[in-house]
Design a protein around this ligand. Structure first.
Ligand SMILES: [Fe+2]
Length: 131
């Protein structure tokens, strides 16, 4: 029979794995943009990143609600900022403004790395700590 502690530990492992996938999808998008790859390749990378991020954020937000996390609102604001940035990249991409995309994807990469290192880490520590 599993305990709350087992659940909390496995939740952290799953979330860490999701962060790795998210960062690798974003790195692939950065590389595709840097290399000036064709519209279809960038569209595919961006679509995968957006879909995965939406699912990841939804699961993280559900876990925060289950834990009555006190930094929930600010954390969700970060997620919304990232989804807005993806939308902005998609809009510029569809308009052919590739010069604007390159800087924006690097900005988002920095923002996500910072988010994972601070807000996500803080939440993970709260989940790990005994009740
Ligand atoms: Fe997060």
């Amino acid at each position: 029979m599993s305990s709350i502690s087992d659940f909390n530990n496995s939740a952290n492992v799953v979330t860490d794995g999701e962060h790795e996938v998210q960062l690798s999808l974003l790195a692939a998008l950065c590389q595709a943009v840097r290399e000036g790859r064709d519209v279809e390749a960038v569209t595919l990378n961006l679509g995968q990143l957006r879909s995965y991020s939406e699912a990841h954020f939804a699961s993280e937000e559900l876990l925060m609600r289950m834990k009555s996390y006190d930094d929930y609102a600010a954390h969700v604001q970060d997620h919304e900022h990232m989804l807005d940035a993806f939308q902005e990249i998609a809009t510029n991409h569809s308009l052919g403004n590739s010069a604007l995309i390159a800087g924006k994807v690097e900005d988002v990469l920095g923002f996500i790395q910072q988010h994972i290192a601070t807000r996500d880490r803080h939440f993970a520590e709260m989940v790990r700590s005994p009740i």
